[in-house]
Design a protein around this ligand. Structure first.
Ligand code: NAD
Length: 433
């Protein structure tokens, strides 16, 4: 099939309601219509290349065997190996994995990385399992994925409820199950590993740093600073915590937090360091005493300048978008705003910094870790943060300039840049055979 000639713009196909998948397809279709994406490329990008569903048994601490379902979806690898996180959560299913894999393709393309997009995880509630059970579950999942992941093929990373420890178990299991000659050279099969075991200094904060920087860049464009700006955060995990940490360090004030345990508010400000210490010592956001408890459904309506959804997908929808008072919503999470929810925000003049730009610090940090491992180097924190700043500021400037030039929203601009890069790769390369 020829992919060389551009054809006229094609009208989007409307999909039935499918949660996150519907959102990512509508976002893609909007941008594909806008740039007049070649219909043949569109056919390729609207499907996923490979979808793996694995069932695997694991022995529990009490001697019983439990069977788990794991997923890995590889959306597209036109620009390089599949890249994307593994999530441990009851909402993980094939639909979520497909949508999240597609988002990764756009994100890596936008960031100018030599990667495609993938995503996966296990459908489970990790709070119900001991650390040793989670280790066995992770190792057996890695074994089941077998050669479907690999340092030059598909490179997982942490996501919701997975962390550097999870990545260390995956790397160790993957390397241990290779032939003797291949055992030591494969630690870049995953990124987000611990410092001291192939990890990158600063990878832990890379995503939150990117969220903070994109907010800072937008605020600067308004001729303002972060000093005394108020913000709210949904999700106080890796992304939510680090974004809050950097914002607070520049004088912004955290006034409300929501996590899986509940929601809290304090007009005078919630100390990020104190809340983090409390949560890391076994406390929950909901039981934190230096703030007031508020109803979960009142959270997004909190008075503030900046709202950061940094937990799960589809949190801001047509049912609550109208209550949002922030001037800016910065998507720390992947897909936290539904298409209908976003339209309400845009109609109210609220700016949205899209996930594929806002939280791309994580995959950029992962790329640096991968390069470090591949080249047998050890990078220092200052060096990592400077490189992150450069990549993130280039991506932000590219998107902001394109949006201003075309008079479109930031998400559509980000998608247009991302899909045009992939289209170009296909046009130059052609389609085998
Ligand atoms: P995490 O597991 O460290 O934290 C998740 C947080 O979300 C926790 O505070 C949890 O309590 C909260 N949460 C879970 N269910 C919730 C609910 N129903 N309501 C409110 N809060 C809830 O995960 P993370 O790594 O911080 O990832 C958060 C989001 O950021 C995800 O969408 C993930 O895909 C995205 N993301 C993460 C990275 C990364 O590097 N970790 C990179 C890019 C995007």
């Amino acid at each position: 099939m020829s992919v060389i000639t551009k054809e006229p713009k094609k009208k989007s196909v409307q999909l039935p309601a499918q949660g996150m998948m519907e959102n990512v397809m509508q976002q893609f279709n909007k941008a594909a219509d806008y740039v007049g994406l070649h219909p043949n490329i569109r056919k390729i990008l609207e499907i996923t290349n490979n979808e793996l569903v694995v069932k695997f048994p694991v022995k529990m601490d009490n001697g019983e065997v439990e069977v788990f379902t794991g997923y890995r979806v590889q959306h597209n690898n036109a620009l390089g190996p599949y890249k994307g996180g593994l999530r441990y959560h009851p909402t993980v299913d094939i639909d979520a994995a497909r949508a999240l894999a597609m988002w990764m393709t756009w994100k890596t393309s936008l960031a100018g990385l030599p990667y495609g997009g993938g995503k996966g995880g296990i459908q489970l509630d990790p709070s119900k399992y001991s650390a040793s059970e989670l280790e066995r579950i992770t190792r057996r999942f890695t074994f089941a994925l077998a050669d479907n992941i690999g340092p030059e093929h598909d490179i997982p990373a942490p996501d919701v409820n997975t962390n550097s420890q999870t990545m260390a178990w995956i790397a160790d299991t993957y390397m241990s199950t290779r032939s003797p000659a291949e055992r030591t050279a494969n630690q870049h099969v995953v990124t987000g590993k611990p410092d001291g075991s192939g990890g990158l200094e600063g990878r832990d904060r890379a995503t939150g740093y990117g969220v903070y920087l994109s907010i800072k860049f937008w605020i600067a464009q308004q001729g303002e600073t972060l000093e005394n700006k108020t913000f709210i955060v949904q999700g106080f995990g890796n992304v939510g915590y680090w974004a809050s940490h950097f914002l607070e360090a520049e004088g912004a004030k955290l006034v409300a937090v929501q996590d899986a345990s509940g929601s809290i508010y304090h007009k005078e400000g919630i100390s990020v360091a104190a809340l983090s210490a409390y949560v890391n010592n076994g406390g929950t956001v909901a039981s934190y005493q230096q703030a007031h408890s508020i109803a979960n459904d009142a959270f997004f309506g909190t008075e503030c300048d900046i709202c950061i959804p940094a937990a799960l997908g589809n949190q801001i929808t047509e049912t609550n978008a109208g209550t949002i008072k922030a001037k800016l919503v910065a998507e720390g999470a992947n897909g936290p705003i539904s298409v209908a929810g976003e339209q309400i925000l845009l109609d109210k003049g609220i700016v949205v910094i899209p996930d594929i730009l806002c939280n791309s610090g994580g995959v950029i940090g992962s790329y640096f870790e991968w390069l470090q491992n591949r080249n047998g180097e050890l990078w220092l924190l200052d060096e990592v943060m400077a490189k992150l700043y450069k990549k993130l500021s280039e991506a932000y400037t590219k998107v902001a300039n394109y949006a201003a030039l075309e008079g479109i929203d930031l998400r559509t601009a980000a998608y247009c840049i991302a899909i045009k890069r992939i289209e170009k790769a296909y046009i130059l390369r052609g389609i085998f055979p």
